[in-house]
Each structure stands twice: as structure tokens, then as C-alpha cells.
Design a binder for this molecule. Structure first.
Ligand code: CP
Ligand code: NVA
Length: 299
């Protein structure tokens, strides 16, 4: 059966842990100038219905480093964008390329694409979750502090796609997750229930930050929610991750943000640009962890 990566739960715990270690290894290989091209002649199709900087560049660069090729497909230029059924696009594209990466709104669409695809499909962000970012975040934490198992992560902000992937990560990487969202912005209830043994939920950022080893947040208005920006700024008042909040976490706590960030909203400039931030390491790790992911899926 074709192995897809639509959520973190698509890969078993042991394999995910190995994938993180492999990402660290691939990073060292890259930094030391080792040429490693296992993908000669392989092609990744990249479907983007939403904007991206990191995801596009990291996947495209990963394929180039590996000796393969990536094709950028936007709805402006494809028949998918003109309403060709996703099932038809999946059948045809997967008959030509070796893997497909999709960034879009509907998670159901990615699931349907995967159902009809004969090659691995990678979720590069839907409104439901963003598993690729978690590979990079966990790699960054592991590099700085070792295994995240048994530690405490605080998610402070919107109960959005990133929050959902942190919930799945808590299951797969065995950490405790404190979530604080404003009322009305809670994560998916069934997902929370699936990890109830390791999630502590509240509407208090201070409560969530207390005793955390890593604090993570994200924009208050995600892609597609731009018109809610003003309302969300009001609803998320008090949810900025700043020094006062970081001080409630463990002394050596780290901070991360998937980016793009809004300084002065969900995070202060002092924190995201300060010494506790592993945001930039995680952003770079998108390249290395997705190389490990591609290698795993195409092995
Ligand atoms: N974090 C992330 O996915 O960034 P992009 O939107 O730039 O791809
Ligand atoms: N929650 C954000 C993540 C961007 C990488 C969004 O969906 O826009």
C-alpha cells in the first residue's frame, strides 16, 4: 500500500523518532558538504493553493540536493484550479511523478487526492493540520535539548492547524501538552479527546506556560482568515508570548513559531529574536526533516 503523510499519525512512533534522527544526520551531511543524491530522476509535484515561503523552498531545495526535481503547480496554471476533479488530477499526476506535496484549505481534498494517488502524498498544510512543521520543530528541540519525551510543551494561541499537529506530536513523541486558547478558538474536540491523557487545556496562557520546556505559538489569523484579523486581535488580547510569560516556564525553556510571525501580536520581538527562540533553527530544519521524510516515503 502507498504510504502517505497526511498527519503525523500516518507514521508509527518508532519510525518517526528514527526520521528525526535521520534529519539531524542529513543536516550534518549537508553542512559538511557531503553530496548525497539518491533521487536521480525522481520528481516531486508540489500543489499550492495557498502562499508559502518555507514549504516551497525547502521541498524544492530538498529535491535538488537529492538529485531529483520538483514541479511547482499553482491553481492559476493547472486544470485543478479550473475545477478538474481532484480524483482525475490525482490519477494523472501520480502516473507521472514520484510523490505529490499539497498545500490547500480542505483536509478532505488532500485525503481524496491520496485515495486516488498511486504515489505518496504529503500534506504541506491544510486548515486541519501542518505535520511537516512539527518534524522541523521536534528536530530543533531534539538538537537543543535531547529527546522531547516526558517534557512539557505549551501551545498558546489559536486552536488551529498547528495546534492540531502539536496534539498529534504529543501522542507520537510522548510529551505533555498544555494548551491555552481564548474561548471560541479551541482545537478540534475529538482530537483533544484522542490525547486527553497528555493534554491540559485552559483559557489561561499563564497556566499553560507554567513549567513548560517549550512554548509554541502561531499567528492569530491564519491564511484564509484575513478578514477576521481585527476581531481576532481583540479576542486574543493577553495571548502574546512575551518575557513575562516565558518567565513562568522553566528557566531553560525554549520558544518556537512556525512563521510567518507578527511581532507585537502573538509574540514579542524580544522573544522571537531572543536567545530562547529556536524559531530560526526550526525554519531551517524544514529542509533537513523533509529530506528525511521524502527518503522515508520513497524508500
Ligand atoms: N511555516 C511554514 O509553513 O511557512 P510557509 O508558509 O512560508 O511555507
Ligand atoms: N496557521 C498558519 C500556519 C502558516 C504556516 C496558517 O494556516 O496560515
Amino acid at each position: 500500500m502507498t504510504q502517505h503523510f497526511l498527519t503525523l499519525l500516518d507514521i508509527e512512533q518508532d519510525d518517526l523518532k528514527k526520521l528525526i534522527l535521520r534529519a539531524i544526520e542529513l543536516k550534518t551531511m549537508h553542512k559538511t558538504g557531503e553530496v548525497y543524491q539518491p533521487f536521480t530522476g525522481l520528481v516531486l509535484g508540489m500543489i499550492f493553493d495557498k502562499a508559502s515561503t518555507r514549504t516551497r523552498v525547502s521541498f524544492e531545495t530538498a529535491m535538488a540536493h537529492f538529485g531529483g526535481h520538483a514541479i511547482f503547480l499553482s491553481p492559476r496554471d493547472t486544470q485543478l484550479g479550473r475545477g478538474e476533479p481532484v480524483e482525475d488530477s490525482a490519477r494523472v499526476l501520480s502516473s507521472m511523478v514520484d510523490a505529490v506535496m499539497i498545500r490547500t484549505f480542505s483536509h478532505e481534498l488532500v485525503k481524496r487526492f491520496a485515495e486516488y494517488s498511486s504515489v505518496p502524498v504529503i500534506n504541506a498544510l491544510t486548515d486541519y493540520c501542518h505535520p511537516c512543521q512539527l518534524l522541523a520543530d521536534i528536530q530543533a528541540y531534539t538538537e537543543q535539548r535531547g529527546d522531547i519525551a516526558g517534557h512539557t510543551v505549551a501551545w498558546i494561541g489559536d486552536g488551529n492547524n498547528m495546534c492540531h499537529s502539536y496534539i498529534n506530536a504529543a501522542i507520537r513523541f510522548d510529551f505533555k501538552l498544555n494548551i491555552a486558547t481564548p474561548p471560541g478558538y479551541e482545537p478540534d474536540a475529538s482530537l483533544v479527546a484522542s490525547a486527553s491523557d497528555r493534554i491540559h487545556f485552559s483559557h489561561s496562557p499563564e497556566d499553560a506556560a507554567h513549567g513548560a520546556d517549550l512554548i509554541a505559538t502561531d499567528v492569530w489569523a491564519s491564511m484564509g482568515q484575513e478578514e477576521e484579523q481585527k476581531k481576532r486581535e481583540r479576542d486574543f488580547a493577553g495571548y502574546e508570548v512575551n518575557q513575562a510569560l516565558m518567565d513562568m516556564a522553566h528557566n531553560d525553556a525554549l520558544f518556537t513559531h512556525c512563521l510567518p510571525a507578527h511581532r507585537g501580536e502573538e509574540v514579542s520581538a524580544g522573544i522571537i529574536d531572543g536567545p530562547q527562540s529556536i524559531t530560526w533553527i526550526a525554519a531551517e530544519n524544514r529542509l533537513h526533516s523533509q529530506k528525511a521524510l521524502l527518503e522515508y516515503l520513497l524508500k
